[in-house]
Design a protein around this ligand. Structure first.
Ligand code: SAM
Ligand code: SF4
Length: 438
């Protein structure tokens, strides 16, 4: 979501004749697009601002803006702590970035724009400067109404607002016509989507988008386990171009912790949802997020998380140490529930080690299978690297001369590593020249 916000703001500056500066020393305008989900990300903002403050002393005409989630929650505090910042732009005001930059250059005044809209989002999507020539993200819903007790997102992104499906379809058609055949539908709780006109949900939206001619792969991120419905499972079962990959954050394997996180599902319910997808979508890959060291998490709770990981066998896991965020319910529970840093770090290490072992096993079992890969770029060794529809990273040993970034190729998996697969493009069997008649 943040990357897409960055692309939207870059596009607005492009449209006003700005060009990217190689380094921030040469820039006339610097926008610091920020993340508040964990404390570490937020701390980086203030250290980056320190550097920018020194730059501005050398180039007083420079315009500096802070945008995104930290801007949304810190508001005027940024303007107070960093007097050289010209504007603070919240997550609901991204569409105004270009016009505000122009206004400041003209009038030299400070601007604070942090209202969170309540209406269905509308974008000038033709203006977005897309990072990739063959993949793109499309927002379908903004905000979040879940209020998980650890999470700052409902405060930084506001209430849920779904975009009109007609506009989503228009954007996807334009993207595919421009060569971007892989599309990812985005939302903090993407399966809370509800079309404002016809009231259908994500399942129907996926089916409608999947009918856009020329679309090769359709993904979506992030689904909330408690909002999965039959329509979503059925849509995924319809298959190509809907990719057989689902990110379904569990956060914990312990019922006690899930309840205190206010996740609205329990371990049994989560595993039942996993089983539904596995039964409906052959070869589906599932990934998840986990938080370790949540306030009050006991050793036994953490063991439950490990056992859930063993049971669900995710293709990929993002695990984080709990970070107390201002304004959230869990941050108000007091210090006695806090898990000491070394205990949380040790749990994180164990969770990641277990997942590495599971991934190695899963990836080794894929050796010999054939997958279609969208080639994205090159790895450090210069090999072409891409992803399968089920979102697995593949390095292609013999891709040169046959494939290039942007192309789709069939590959045979020859090795499985913990985080990626090594593959070869099958060499066509050339017919034997006709031999002598004996
Ligand atoms: N909406 C998604 C969901 O419900 O799963 C996740 C959005 S959040 C930006 C991405 C991930 O960050 C979460 O799944 C969670 O694991 C992690 N996260 C959120 N708040 C956190 C916190 N206070 N400390 C550590 N990790 C956190
Ligand atoms: Fe945060 Fe996701 Fe929970 Fe919303 S559903 S509060 S974004 S973790």
């Amino acid at each position: 979501m943040n990357v897409l916000d960055g692309e939207r703001m870059s596009g607005q500056l492009d449209a006003r004749g700005y060009v990217p500066a190689g380094e921030d020393e040469d820039a006339d305008v610097v926008l610091l697009n920020t993340c508040a989900v964990r404390e570490k990300a937020e701390a980086k903002v203030y250290s980056a601002l320190g550097v920018l403050g020194r730059r501005k002393r050398e180039r007083p005409g420079m315009v500096i803006g802070v945008t995104g989630c930290v801007a949304q929650v810190e508001k005027d505090e940024i303007l107070e702590r960093a007097p050289f910042v010209d504007f603070v732009l919240g997550t609901g005001q991204i569409e105004r970035a270009g016009e505000i930059v122009e206004e400041i250059r003209r009038e030299r005044r400070r601007v604070l724009a942090i209202d969170l809209p309540k209406d269905s989002p509308v974008y000038r999507f033709e203006q977005i400067r897309r990072g990739s020539p063959f993949q793109s993200a499309v927002t379908v819903i903004e905000g979040c109404d879940q209020f998980c007790t650890f999470c700052i997102v409902p405060f930084t992104r506001g209430r849920e607002r779904s975009r009109r499906s007609a506009e989503i379809l228009q954007e996807v058609r334009a993207l595919v016509e421009g060569g971007r055949c892989e599309v990812m539908l985005l939302g903090q709780t993407v399966n809370a989507y509800e079309d404002p006109d016809e009231s259908f949900g994500l399942g129907e939206l996926l089916l409608r988008v999947s009918r856009v001619p020329g679309l090769k792969r359709l993904r979506f991120l992030t689904s909330h386990p408690s909002l999965v419905d039959d329509a979503l499972v059925d849509a995924m079962a319809a298959g190509t171009p809907i990719a057989p990959y689902l990110h379904l954050p569990a956060q914990s394997g312990s019922d006690r912790v899930l309840y205190r996180m206010k996740r609205r599902y329990d371990r049994t319910g989560y595993l039942a949802t996993v089983a539904r997808f596995r039964a409906a979508v052959p070869g589906i890959a599932l990934s998840s997020d986990f938080i370790v060291g949540f306030p009050g998490e006991t050793d036994a709770d953490f063991e439950e998380t490990l056992s859930l990981m063993r049971e669900a066998r995710f293709s990929n896991v993002f695990a984080f140490r709990y970070s107390a965020r201002p304004g959230t319910a869990s941050a108000r529970w007091g210090r006695e529930k806090e898990i000491p840093g070394d205990v949380a770090a040790e749990r994180l290490g164990r969770a990641l080690a277990l997942q590495e072992q599971i991934q190695s096993e899963i990836n080794r079992a894929l050796v010999g299978q054939r997958f279609e890969v969208l080639v994205e770029n090159r790895d450090r060794k210069g090999l072409l690297r891409g992803r399968t529809a089920c979102n697995r990273v593949v390095h292609i040993e013999n891709g040169d001369g046959v494939a290039a970034p942007g192309s789709y190729v069939e590959v045979d998996i020859c090795r499985g590593l913990p985080n990626s697969l090594i593959a070869r493009i099958p060499v066509p069997v050339t017919a034997m020249p006709e031999g002598p008649p004996w």
